[in-house]
Ligand binder design. Structure first.
Ligand code: IMP
Length: 199
């Protein structure tokens, strides 16, 4: 069976990706499963594209396996695209999910709901066993809620209301989130590429 390594140690992301890639005859494992839990690359690119490619390529150099890496950002229109590529460390280097959410809600204090438009964007890079890279993306539009709602998911999920659904990602089951999410869309877009790589 062909092995695919996910260049992430985030359990939420790993289970999301595994469930979306479940239909392929692949051994999908995370970098942690092969002893690379400490392996981190500095996400110093100016774009999601640069960071996801760097994460995938560096792990391919170490393993030679097919590697998938994603980079995601939340882009808030009223804040000119903040936090964007800095979403993980919006409230500082050691920021927690709660800290990031709190800061974002503070920056949007008194901003009415109609002006709280935002979108998540995920860029997924895949490097095949020859070192050739491919890229896909997925976008999910929504609004930043007035306060956190829901207990599922991670990151900005409790404050991101999905367009047209009137509930946050944190109020959805994993499979429901996968259906609408930026990452779900990006990984579904990846399926064609994986099909080609596996030929
Ligand atoms: P990453 O670089 O892909 O790990 O994502 C950067 C940051 O964006 C994470 O630390 C989370 O705070 C946030 N993030 C990424 N994906 C999601 C998601 O699906 N829901 C909510 N927040 C997310």
């Amino acid at each position: 069976m062909v092995r695919v390594i996910l260049s992430s140690g985030n359990q939420h992301k790993i289970s999301e990706l595994k469930s979306i890639l479940g239909e392929f005859d692949l051994e999908v494992i995370s970098k942690n499963d092969i002893g690379y839990s400490e392996f981190e690359v500095e996400e110093d690119g100016d774009t999601l594209e640069e960071n996801s490619l760097k994460k995938a390529m560096e792990l391919w150099k170490k393993t030679g396996n097919i590697v998938i890496a994603d980079d995601t950002g939340l882009f808030v229109e009223y804040l000119n695209g903040e936090p964007g590529v800095y979403s993980a460390r919006y409230a500082g280097e050691d920021a927690t999910y709660e800290g990031n959410n709190k800061l974002l809600l503070e920056k949007l204090e008194n901003v009415p709901i109609v002006k709280r438009k935002a979108y998540f964007k995920t860029v997924v890079s895949i490097v095949d066993s020859n070192g050739t890279s491919f890229k896909v993306e997925g976008i999910c539009k929504g609004l930043i809620g007035l306060e956190p709602e829901g207990d599922n998911g991670f990151g900005y999920d409790p404050i991101f209301i999905v367009e047209g659904l009137n509930k946050t990602f944190a109020q959805m089951t994993d499979s429901e989130k996968n259906k609408y999410s930026h990452r779900g869309k990006a990984v579904r877009n990846l399926k064609n590429i994986i099909g080609e790589i596996l030929k």
